[in-house]
Write a protein that binds this ligand. Sequence first.
Ligand code: SF4
Ligand code: SF4
Ligand code: FES
Length: 298
Amino acid sequence: MIRVADGQGDKNGVASAAEASASKSPASLRVRVLRQDAPGRESYWECHVIPYEANMNVISILQRIAARTTTEDGRKVAPVAWDCNCLEEVCGSCTMLVNGRTRMACTALVDRLLEEQPEEIVLEPMSKFPVVRDLMVDRRRVFRSLERVKAWVPIDGSYDQGPGPRISPEDQEDAYPLATCISCGCCMEACPQFTKVEVSRLAGESQEAFEARRKEAFDKNFLGAHAISQAMLFNSHPTGKMIADERMEALTDRGGIQMCGNAQNCVAVCPKSIPLTRSIARAGRAATLWAIRRFFDR
Ligand code: SF4
Ligand code: SF4
Ligand code: FES
C-alpha cells in the first residue's frame, strides 16, 4: 500500500495501487518502429509519440499510430502495417519483436513494457521471415514445415465411420499441451538453427516455378521446433500414427531433427508454454529407433 500526502485515497490516507500507478503514469509514450516499405527494400527506423492510456497492449499502440500517421518530428507518413486477428493469443498472427523479444503483440501489455523500459517501446518484424511490409512477415515457411511432417490425422472420406479409438485421460493430458500450438513462429525466431530463407521471383518465372523453387529452398532448411512437436503429437494419436513412418521420414530427412542443437531457446519463448524440449527429446529417440529399424529392414 502507498501513502499519499494530499489526503487522497481512503480515510487513512491510503491510495489504491491503481491510483498510485495512475499518478506515476507518463503523459505520452515513445514508440520506435522498424519499417520497410516492401519486400527486399531497405528498412528504416521511425519514431512516434502517442498519448498514454492505461491498459493498452501493443496492438492498441499500433492503432493509435495508424490513426495519427504523424511521426515524432511532425512528418505525415503512411500507417504502419501489422498483422493481427483474434487479439487473444489464439490465431498466432501478431508475432513481432517487442523490445527485442519475440512475442505476441496482442498480449504484450504496455504498462508492463514501460516498467521494464520506460524510455520507449521498440517494435521490429521477426528477423527469420521475409518482411512483407513493416511488421508483417511472410510466415509461409511455418506452414510448409507442418506440411513436411504431415501434421494432421489422415481421413479417407467424410462419411460416418463410427466413433474413433478411445484415448486414455493420461494420454490426453500428455497430448493436450502440444495441441495448443498456434503456429506463431516465436520458437523459430528464437532458434539459432532456424535461419532466414528469402526467395524472390525471377524475371519471366511463372508463379508455379517460383513456388516450387521456394518450397525446395524451405525443404533444405530446418523444420523448426513447432513441426517436430506436431509430428510427435500426431504420431502418438491412435489414428494419426497410421502415417507415423512418413513423419519419421520427414523428421530424419534434410533439415530434420538432426539439425536441432538443443539450445532450448524455443521453449523459453513459446507463448503457450509447450514442452518443446520434451517433444524434441522424444523425436530424437524415435529417430534413432527408426534409423535402426530401417537398417535391419534393408
Ligand atoms: S532446442 Fe532445437 S529447436 Fe529449440 S531453439 Fe534449440 S536448436 Fe532450435
Ligand atoms: S510451438 Fe509455441 S512458439 Fe512455436 S509456433 Fe507453436 S505456439 Fe508458437
Ligand atoms: S492477434 Fe491473434 S494471437 Fe495476437
